[in-house]
Design a protein around this ligand. Sequence first.
Ligand SMILES: CC(C)(COP(=O)(O)OP(=O)(O)OC[C@H]1O[C@@H](n2cnc3c(N)ncnc32)[C@H](O)[C@@H]1OP(=O)(O)O)[C@@H](O)C(=O)NCCC(=O)NCCS
Length: 283
Amino acid sequence: MPEFRIDVAHDIAACAATVALQEEVWSGDVVVHPQLMLAVVHNGGFIALGYAPEDPKPAGFVFGFLGIHDYHFRHHSHMLAVRDPYRGSGLAQQLKEAQRDHCLDQGIEIIAWTMDPLEARNARFNFGKLGAYTRTYYRDFYGAMPDKLNQGLPSDRIYVEWPIGHDRTYKRLRGEDKPASLEDAEREGVAYLLRADAERPGRLAETMSASHLLVEIPRGFQELKARDAKLALEWRLAGRDAFERAFGEGYAAVEFLRAADGRGAYLLVPQPRSDLPLDTDDA
Ligand SMILES: CC(C)(COP(=O)(O)OP(=O)(O)OC[C@H]1O[C@@H](n2cnc3c(N)ncnc32)[C@H](O)[C@@H]1OP(=O)(O)O)[C@@H](O)C(=O)NCCC(=O)NCCS
């Protein structure tokens, strides 16, 4: 894989260089305008672009702004994208690390963003590789979205929190602390709150007060949406029920576990207090 150069954006040309990439990954309907991006960068926000050698077009970018949540400053990461040919190259993690360094310099301890809970690749990236967690579910957060990744379904989101100063996060990024496999969790008897029944979502199980829970999601949600929109909606609603019930009972999702056959499930544990960053060390 190529050595990427990470350029932090400070001017309008760099912000404008993200537009074609935004259009390619999502579509023209949801583009953030470069003028707004520049204003954000001038006010504590952060944009970085990744370039592969001998390719003048950016291979990926990350964009976020300074925010306040529960009376504390935090960084809200609004967009992360890597162009198709560069997926799986490590660039996405390099961009997140650049964003982390910017935030640590500002004294910020949490970077947060929203994510479609049914996207297994993003779940693996955010929970498995970065070490993020979630305890918040929003129904149809952005309303109807016209772009190619989101159209046709309610835009439900989990609110992902990434504790960038935690030891566990550093270890995750260095690849020293890998999540268990889904087979391991199954062998240990961890109960499924939501499990696939062939391709369909099964019924929610009565599993409350368990020390660990699993919530399975489809292997390839984009492919499923393209093939069977009705089934994709069933998964959207089943995932919504599972997460809302679990978060309502005080659980947080702290891992995404994968099986060798491609299945994937979130691992949930009871959370301590909602006003503190989650201690995920025992997960
Ligand atoms: C999200 C995105 C930036 C991640 O970049 P990437 O290069 O694909 O990320 P990585 O390859 O480093 O990590 C993805 C992981 O998910 C895995 N993965 C891919 N498809 C998967 C699937 N269907 N189920 C489970 N895991 C999957 C990959 O194998 C990889 O894990 P590994 O490194 O252990 O093998 C990129 O895919 C993208 O631009 N997506 C479209 C825009 C988007 O959704 N942005 C929102 C981000 S929250």
